[in-house]
Design a binder for this molecule. Structure first.
Ligand code: FMN
Length: 234
């Protein structure tokens, strides 16, 4: 029988690509519908990392396979009422920002994804959360940016002139950037950067993860790849 998974995406660069890879893989290997709930920040970050089109192949737009963007919802989050209707087999939040983990930990439900978690627990839908900030140091990924020390400010600038989003001036406007990477390929001075960065996890974020670990109906997963392991359980 077809399973229906609700996927909550929040605005984290860390674990974003691997979350997409896992959902693409499980869609190809299992009879699964994926209904996506995008936080407002995720709407921006998914675009910055060039993943908008890939998302449309995971959630095709049919009923229970829609992409539900936070910025198009009312503030009472009427769409999350679906979690009370016995139509979802699980809600998976990946990646989960420290912001959303904090909201879940403290019972706040004033955003689309935190509200989805609250309704899912009330509706008996198992919730799985993949926090980006668990402990220690994490390797995240930065979106594209201009390294000013390398930029020669050329009059004829192929990255700027070829940008399909018109996102480049003396810096990259990330709210316009679609993460296609053409600029990085075209700059002969290697002045477009983006990629791995090491970040320290804050103590408060670790503690919030521990609080969520103890909440009823919610399971913490260490990384997106662990989602494969829950499929036999739902
Ligand atoms: C490119 C980019 C990458 C980000 N990556 C992260 C991240 O890895 N972890 C995190 O907690 N916040 C990250 N943020 C910040 C969140 O998007 C921001 O805190 C936002 O308010 C989270 O809202 P949400 O939890 O509703 O999605 C990132 C922001 C940008 C612009």
């Amino acid at each position: 029988m077809t399973k229906t998974i609700a996927w909550g995406i929040t605005g984290a660069g860390h674990f974003l690509r691997s979350s997409f890879e896992v959902f693409t893989q499980i869609k190809s290997e299992h009879d699964i519908r994926v209904n996506t709930f995008l936080s407002g920040a995720a709407e921006e970050v998914v675009r910055m990392y060039g993943l908008e089109n890939e998302l449309k192949t995971i959630s095709c737009g049919e009923y229970l396979e829609e992409i539900i963007p936070e910025t198009k919802q009312g503030k009472s989050w009427p769409k999350t009422g679906r979690f009370l209707l016995d139509i979802y087999d699980a809600l998976v939040v990946t990646p989960a920002t420290s912001n959303t983990v904090s909201k879940i930990a403290h019972g706040t439900s004033d955003s689309l994804v935190s509200n989805a978690v609250a309704q899912a627990v009330k509706g008996g839908v198992p919730v799985y959360v993949v926090p980006v900030d668990i402990a220690g140091v994490v390797i995240s990924e930065l979106p594209f940016a201009i390294a000013r020390e390398l930029c020669r400010k050329c009059d004829f600038c192929p990255p700027r002139d070829s940008c399909p989003c018109n996102a480049m001036s003396d810096q990259i406007d990330l709210l316009k950037c679609n993460g296609c990477g053409i600029c990085k390929e075209l700059c002969t001075f290697n002045a477009i950067k983006g990629g791995p960065v090491e970040l320290k996890v804050r103590d408060i974020d670790s503690r919030n993860v521990d609080i969520v670990r103890d909440l009823e109906g919610i399971t913490i997963l260490e990384r997106p790849e662990d989602i494969q392991g829950i499929l036999p359980l739902i």
